[in-house]
Design a protein around this ligand. Structure first.
Ligand code: CO
Length: 203
């Protein structure tokens, strides 16, 4: 039987190393979490939010699913956004995709993947919306461009949630970002440059 004993050992070493640097770290963090960031990313094991941004526990609230999709009827994702915005009062929502995303690749294939095809349908919609541009591309180039377009579409979906719209109506300082991560070199890039805020809707 595999009990994954090595993970408990690694965990103990990790906790010890943090305590060595900062003896009050866990005590302090156990009282309150006050992250400024909400990360909506892909479940892909190569894109862990904390590690690639070098953030400590307590600094980023995270939601991940296949291909970082924000669906208006997904209670899981919406609950995360609501809690992050209304309770944690985070200041930034980051939608982060990554090049070479398996979910995006699968959405471009015309074959049966089983249940997941229902989820990938959201990405097929993004593909259809951008058909003209994508039709000029093929192979990895097409996948990577759809990875970018998907981030932009999901940023749009975040901005259109009642949660974010209400926050902006109430003049809450809240920015929405669209980023993409390159799994080949570990580098993050901003796809939007100027984060979207509620300023244009403020009176
Ligand atoms: Co992915």
């Amino acid at each position: 039987m595999e009990t994954l004993e090595h993970l408990f050992k690694k965990n103990k070493d990790w906790a010890d190393s943090i305590l060595k640097e900062d003896p009050a770290f866990f005590q302090r963090l156990s009282k309150i979490q006050a992250p400024e960031l909400l990360w909506i990313g892909c479940s892909d094991s190569r894109v862990p939010a904390n590690e690639i941004t070098d953030l400590a526990p307590g600094e980023v609230f995270v939601h991940r699913n296949i291909a970082n999709v924000v669906v208006h009827t997904d209670l899981n994702c919406l609950s995360v956004i609501q809690f992050a915005v209304e309770v944690l009062k985070i200041k930034h929502i980051i939608v982060c995709g990554h090049y070479g995303c398996g979910g995006i690749k699968a959405a471009l294939e015309d074959k049966d993947h089983g249940l997941i095809d229902n989820w990938l349908g959201h990405i097929k919609d993004v593909s259809r919306l951008n058909q003209q541009e994508l039709s000029h591309l093929s192979g990895a180039e097409k996948v990577d461009r759809l990875c970018e377009l998907n981030v932009i579409e999901q940023v749009n979906n975040v901005c259109n949630t009642t949660i974010v719209k209400n926050a902006w109506k109430n003049e809450v300082e809240l920015y929405v970002h669209g980023w993409i991560y390159n799994i080949e070199n570990g580098i993050l890039n901003d796809l939007i440059n100027t984060p979207i805020s509620g300023e244009s809707t403020l009176v």
